[in-house]
Write a protein that binds this ligand. Structure first.
Ligand code: A2P
Length: 326
């Protein structure tokens, strides 16, 4: 057999979908632009949520950032002031939560979803308060904020969104990009099937729950599966993680992925990526599983022993799987 024949015999790697064009670095971190906060409100399901998560809208209509974000991208926030060593606070990136048309329908107002970081330091009981998250969460309508971006071009929707169906998995504020993506898909790809699995510790901590519940009622192609980890679900079934939906709601999620149209997006806590690939291996039959994961035969028999280190090495998500964990 000639060399050419050998190479031809190797199955070509699925290139995955062509992605939407995502403009980058219109405002550089050294020359941030000034946006103005127009709205800042709690966006958890209950006032007694365990954490404080706020939906913050910023008017960028008079800056070069207007109309330049697509869902899945982020922007840099420059908190004023200096750290204890006298240096300006480090830039922090926040995901846009808006659809491509922004909150105002014209791309002039972008939103993000921010959780106040409140913690104790490892070395003692002193309170640690995240600088930028608390700065953002305390801004009032009318306040100015310095922004840069857009950042990121890999975790975005495909260029032809209507060619695909989608399963989105989010934990906590990992929901931000999916708010924008779901709103874009409902408007631009009404035939696509979309399922959103959102994980929170308690029902009170679900984020944008009213919006997604309403979209679920109004759009037969959109399914919202809120998933509570620390108490029973709304249907009284026991608490679980988002990946457990792949077993429990296999009837909804798996058929949506058993086609050449299926794409999976995962955003949230580090560790949920392991759970998702294990869940897929448990629930998805071949030949579909290999459309999403290239699994080394050495480890194929025991998904329960997979670790984070193996992701990208022994268990490689294909280009139909988009992971953003932090
Ligand atoms: P739990 O904290 O009960 O273990 P938040 O960011 O608002 O705290 O929510 C994160 C959600 O993700 C919680 O329900 C949390 O559950 C859950 N979670 C924690 N670790 C994982 C993991 N490895 N895979 C999936 N979900 C997770």
């Amino acid at each position: 057999m000639s060399m050419t024949e050998t190479m031809d015999a190797k199955p070509a790697r699925d290139p995955g979908p062509e992605l939407a064009e995502a403009p980058l670095h219109i405002a550089r971190p050294k020359e941030p632009v000034t946006g103005v906060v127009t709205r800042n409100e709690l966006c958890t399901a209950g006032r007694r949520a365990a954490g404080f998560v706020r939906h913050i809208e910023i008017d960028v209509s008079s800056t070069p950032l207007a109309g330049s974000f697509v869902p899945g991208q982020s922007f840099g926030v420059h908190a004023p002031g200096e750290d204890e060593r006298g240096r300006p606070h480090a830039l922090r990136l926040y995901s846009t939560a808006s659809p491509s048309i922004g909150e105002d329908g014209k791309g002039g107002v972008i939103a993000t979803t921010v959780k106040r970081l409140i913690d104790e330091r490892d070395d003692g009981p002193g309170l640690f308060v995240g600088v930028t998250s608390n700065y953002l969460c305390s801004l009032q309508p009318g306040d100015e904020v310095k922004l840069s971006g857009p950042n990121g071009k890999r975790f975005v929707l495909p260029a032809r969104p209507g060619d695909h169906d989608y399963v989105f998995f989010a934990t906590g504020t990992g929901i931000a990009p999916f708010r924008g993506m779901v709103l874009d898909l409902i408007r631009e790809a009404p035939e696509s099937k979309v399922a959103l699995v959102m994980g929170a510790p308690y029902e009170t901590d679900l984020i944008y729950d009213d919006l997604f519940s309403k979209l679920d009622e109004e759009h037969p192609n959109f399914t919202y599966l809120p998933t509570i980890s620390r108490h029973a679900q709304r249907d009284a079934s026991p608490g679980c993680y988002v990946q457990d939906r792949l077993d429990r709601d296999a009837g909804t999620l798996i058929p949506l992925l058993q086609s050449d149209r299926g794409l999976i997006y995962v955003c949230g806590l580090l560790g949920m990526d392991v759970g998702i690939v294990q869940g897929l291996a448990r629930s998805m039959p071949e030949p579909w599983l290999s459309r999403y994961l290239a699994i080394d035969p050495e480890v194929a028999d025991d998904a329960s022993s997979w670790t984070r280190k193996m992701i990208g090495r022994k268990v490689k998500p294909t280009r139909r799987v988009f992971l953003e964990v932090y």
